[in-house]
Design a protein around this ligand. Structure first.
Ligand SMILES: [Zn+2]
Length: 285
């Protein structure tokens, strides 16, 4: 277990933590001088000294409340089609699944799977390939996903939709919800659009404590310093910048624990104001 939030236990499993993209590619509009000037403090933990690429985690957060076992985002998975990154394509490494079991998570006991959005690195383990068919990895779970997000990927018929969403729609396990859906007083969504149409964050609260899983509204601690930089794959970059800026401002004010999807380990921390931008103070790992 990584942390306790009132009576909620929070843990995570990493699928990978690797150099991913050059910051010049990740932030195509960013002044090269600024990227260069900020390389030093990011190396080697957030920027690989050898490859010059940003280091990202791909991970699932495990949330145990007194009532429910919940997973937030399900990484890349095995056998999934991914044309963007060869490392994500047709993976056969099932160590994520093994780690899940070793954390004492019985797939049949998972009550809810939340996907902050439906990109391939957030919904891959929603399903797995058995005898040539995609079947739900969590046979008794409800999969909670923003209706806007589901409708968008369905209309686009994306690969992630075909492989990681449609099969659980067919089993009746997807619960397409409004972007402010609340499971109860301890777990609820907030709309944070921009990275995708229906991107949401997931709030957790218990015993007077409050944390938020921020999904892909931000990808690197470098963006705390430069929230105005466009991220290469944001669906609506201007909206994404507005969302990121507002999120960082709110978190610097309320000091909520932020559990990121992609920051290097330990991936969690507090946003602090720093001049006219922000800093991310990581928790102890
Ligand atoms: Zn992602």
């Amino acid at each position: 277990m990584i942390m306790q939030l009132g009576d909620i236990q929070i843990d995570r499993i990493l699928e990978m933590e690797v150099p991913f993209l050059s910051p010049y590619d990740a932030f195509p509009d960013a002044p090269h001088e600024e990227i260069k000037n900020n390389s030093q403090w990011l190396q080697p933990w957030a920027l690989c000294s050898l490859t010059g690429k940003l280091i990202i985690t791909i991970q699932t957060w495990i949330i145990r409340t007194p009532k429910h076992l919940i997973l937030v985002d399900t990484c890349i998975g095995c056998n999934k089609t991914n044309h963007y990154f060869s490392e994500w394509h047709q993976r056969t490494d099932d160590s994520w699944y093994m780690k899940l079991l070793s954390k004492g998570v019985n797939p049949e006991a998972v009550d809810y799977v939340f996907c902050t959005h439906l990109h391939g690195d957030h919904c891959g383990w929603n399903t797995r390939l058995v005898d040539g068919r995609w079947v739900p990895t969590f046979p008794n779970a409800r999969y909670i996903i923003s209706r806007k997000e589901v409708d968008y990927v369905a209309a686009e018929n994306t690969l992630a939709y075909q492989e990681s969403a449609l099969p659980i729609i067919e089993t009746g396990q997807i619960q397409a919800v409004e972007s402010d859906f609340a499971l109860n007083d301890s777990v609820w969504l907030e709309a944070m659009p921009g990275h995708t149409v229906g991107h949401t964050t997931v709030h957790l609260a218990s015993g007077g404590q409050h944390a938020v899983l921020c999904g892909d509204l931000i990808h690197s601690p470098l963006q705390c310093r430069f929230p105005q930089w466009k991220y290469w794959i944001d669906f609506d970059p201007q909206q994404a910048i507005k969302t990121r800026q507002a999120f960082l401002e709110s978190r610097a004010e309320d000091q909520l624990m932020v559990l990121t999807a992609h920051f290097p380990s330990p991936s969690a921390g507090i946003v602090e104001a720093r001049g006219d931008a922000f800093n991310f103070r990581f928790t102890q790992s």
